[in-house]
Structures are given as C-alpha cells and as structure tokens.
Design a protein around this ligand. Structure first.
Ligand code: HBI
Length: 95
C-alpha cells in the first residue's frame, strides 16, 4: 500500500504548495479556484480530470459556476501521500 507522508516530510513539501491549506488533522489539502466564468472553470476541471484518470488518483471537488474547490487526500492511505503532492503540483501548473 502507498505510504502516508510523515510529519517530517510534510512541511518541506507544503512550503512549495503555497496556495494549499492543510486540514486540521493533516489528512488533506484544499485550494479554491476562481475563474472568469463556467467555461473556464469546466475547461480547467477537464484537464484535471484527464490527469486524475491517468494517475488513477482522483480529487474531491465541487464547482459552482466559476468557482472550483479541490480537496486532495489518498483514501486508501487515509491521509496525504506523494500522489496528492504530484496532483497538486500539476493543478498549480495549469491554474
Ligand atoms: N483517489 N484520492 C484518491 N485516493 C485513492 O485512494 C484512490 C483514488 N483513486 C482511485 C483509487 N484510489 C483506486 O486505486 C482504488 O482504490 C479504487
């Protein structure tokens, strides 16, 4: 099974993901996105969805018109793993 990131590893990785907020229990990270309109928001979601499917690692997310909220966590590990960091980096690169 994929290994959860340790409390030693987390600060360094999260320092680079400045826009992401760590949950109180350190099991997930969250970022909100605001786009010009629904078309922009859904285009972004489509790109994330394709990457998520390639990775077999999927976001928890919601969309209201031009807003997209994303929470990343690895359900099988019950916490944050390298996969969440990889997906967060990708999301930042296209946001
Ligand atoms: N996505 N975020 C997240 N966490 C998982 O544990 C996960 C996933 N996508 C697919 C997936 N696991 C599969 O490998 C199976 O567990 C269904």
């Amino acid at each position: 099974m994929i290994k959860k990131l340790t409390t030693d590893e987390l600060p360094k990785l999260l320092a680079e993901l400045k826009h992401w907020q760590l949950s109180a229990d350190s099991s997930s990270i969250h970022r909100s996105f605001k786009f010009a309109d629904f078309n922009e928001a859904f285009g972004f979601m489509t790109r994330v969805a394709i990457k998520a499917q390639e990775m077999d690692h999927h976001p928890e997310w919601s969309n209201v018109y031009s807003q997209v909220d994303i929470t990343l966590s690895t359900h099988t590990a019950k916490g944050l793993t390298d996969r969440d960091i990889t997906l967060a980096r990708f999301i930042d690169s296209i946001a």
